[in-house]
Design a protein around this ligand. Sequence first.
Ligand SMILES: *Cc1c(COP(=O)(O)O)cnc(C)c1O
Length: 359
Amino acid sequence: MSRIAVARIDLSALRANLARIRTLAPGAKVMAVIKADGYGHGLERVARALADADAFGVAAIADGQRLRAAGHGKRIVVLSGPDEPADLAEMRRLKLDAVIHHESQVQWLESEKDPRPLAVWLKIDTGMHRLGFAPEAVAAVRARLAALPSVDPDIVLMTHFAASDEFDNGTTAEQIDCFQRVTADFPGERCLSNSAGVLGWPQARGQWVRAGGLLYGLSVVEGKCGADFGFQPVMSLKTRLIAINALQRGEKVGYAGTWTCPEDMPVGVIAIGYGDGYPRSAASGTPVLVNGQRVPIIGRVSMDLVTIDLRPAPQARVGDTALLWGPGLPAEEIAAHAGTISYDLTCGMTRRVLFVESD
Ligand SMILES: *Cc1c(COP(=O)(O)O)cnc(C)c1O
């Protein structure tokens, strides 16, 4: 047991974060984005904790199948829609909403004869240039969809922001203008904002917001963590100290000896590595909390182990707990040291990590 890395998932923090999103986006319905296994926190557990959300957003039909199997009756939106014609029947069977973003999907809808209406979210590319119809194509596509008896007439209009995490980046204002221009003549609900949109772009609210990161207490705003906006971290990743070695000045630590002891010093070894999903790219200096004390990692992260400088925590003993991220040590800070974003860290937990819940 002592060698196992444990990810503790705080369900009450998840609920508090959903409530905080509602405070920041008053009047908007919240689609809780729980793709990628709930950003690595566990799909079913996250969905259970977020039973109050107005809809769930997932990337794949398989997630919809899991959610229906777990008994969830609410609206589920498949964010990239059907991948092939046969998906349409499965989406109807499971009552999954489809984001329609491409001409091929419109043609599949036009060529089927299913009488059961499918709920559709029409995705407009206002500048992200990933998924969605070009602004000039939208009116015609919307008319074709609205003409189909197999499509629910309440078509939701949506777009996605490319840079909403930069509050002074004019791209988002341009995307909002483009969306408003293109959709001005159409009825129906609007859905524009992701988490960063909720934080920084209140004018983009619409009837729906789609929030992922903030639910988990994570932010992608440069230099800020979720707690800076009143959100609580949901995942705490912990392990144990399994060795403490007294090394001498000049001795090198870990693969390729990338770190050299500047003096005689205690070096700790903790039972976690990239085999658990701790990022191999985390550089020397990335903090770990040992008994609540910040200490830096030193040398390369290996598959099962990480070495740490215990000079700031001379009282540490084998068996003590080390926190890799969680309350008191934001995943955003670790991500910055590892050259990535916090979402990438929580999504990257491997099957070797033991997940536990607290309420
Ligand atoms: C993942 C995703 C979201 C959620 O983004 P966050 O930054 O986690 O809030 C919203 N909309 C779409 C289309 C997505 O793919």
